[in-house]
Design a protein around this ligand. Structure first.
Ligand code: NAP
Length: 248
């Protein structure tokens, strides 16, 4: 498939998990993918290798999305190297779960800084170039938790609800320049963490999901790929749920 031929796509947190599947999917559709990550070099190199082995193009850009100045410097370098940036996937995210009464200031600050401020930083850094191009697709990873809340995740829920508000405001601000901004909201996705749950707890979670299974990282990547495609050119400001029907 060559739907994204000549497009340059930055996937933050593209080295592992959902971001890795997104990076692989966009590369398989012809995009030149820039894999961002913070610290796990071997995961990033492995993702790059998998993309190249499959015939795709990938490069690596290591930076912390929560650092305003570094984000702007590194994204400027990407734009200079490739002559533009067409797709931004704000996927990098962390959790730091604990009950509110026990939550430390740093538990709050780190989650907000990476999940919400990181999304702001990267989006701000691509805006000038996308405005000039009069073309761009921005997709922000939120979460079912940002929509319905979850005990023990007040910091994460606030960051992800913030991402939804940010997405809707950006969509209005950038629409006149031909840029769409959407959020993808995954539910329970099969990851190393869900694989380690005790079987009875896993079954209990699954029984609450109408489609009766955890989602896969590929399910999420498929929704992201759709939002980068020509078929989605009239969609902006949306929250696109990929949650098996657990929250509608
Ligand atoms: P993950 O497997 O833990 O991977 C996180 C990725 O983000 C890694 O590539 C990591 O790089 C990178 N990262 C973390 N902090 C960073 C920072 N400060 N700067 C740059 N990169 C950073 O995560 P995931 O489970 O795939 O989740 C991906 C996104 O989907 C997140 O936004 C998450 O909130 C959202 N989501 C996930 C689920 C789920 O069930 N997994 C459900 C709903 C929403 P390093 O390894 O180098 O640190």
């Amino acid at each position: 498939m060559n739907k994204l031929k000549d497009k340059v796509a930055l996937v933050t947190g593209g080295s592992r998990g959902i971001g890795k599947s997104i990076a692989k999917r966009l590369a398989s559709e012809g995009a030149i993918v820039v894999i961002n990550y913070k610290q796990n070099d071997s995961a990033a190199n492995e993702t790059k290798k998998e993309i190249e082995d499959a015939g795709g193009q990938a490069t690596i850009s290591k930076f912390d999305v929560s650092d305003f100045d570094t984000v702007h410097q590194e994204i400027d370098k990407i734009i200079e190297k490739f002559g533009g940036l067409h797709i931004l996937i704000n996927n990098a995210g962390i959790t730091q779960d604990t009950l509110l009464m026990r939550m430390k200031e740093d538990d709050w600050d780190s989650v907000i800084s990476i999940n919400l401020k990181g999304t702001f930083n990267c989006t701000r850094a691509v805006t000038r170039n996308m405005f000039k191009q009069r073309e761009g697709r921005i997709i922000n990873l939120t979460s079912v938790v940002g929509e319905m809340g979850n005990a023990g995740q007040t910091n994460y829920a606030a960051s992800k609800a913030g991402v939804i508000g940010f997405t809707k405001a950006c969509a209005r601000e950038m629409a006149p320049r031909g840029i769409t901004v959407n959020a993808v909201s995954p539910g329970f996705i099969k990851t190393d963490i869900t694989d380690q749950l005790p079987e009875d707890l896993r079954q209990d979670y699954i029984s609450k999901i109408p489609l009766n299974r955890f989602g896969t990282t590929e399910d999420v990547a498929g929704a992201v790929a759709f939002l980068t495609s020509d078929d989605a050119s009239y969609i902006t400001g949306e929250v696109f749920r990929v949650n098996g029907g657990i929250y509608t």
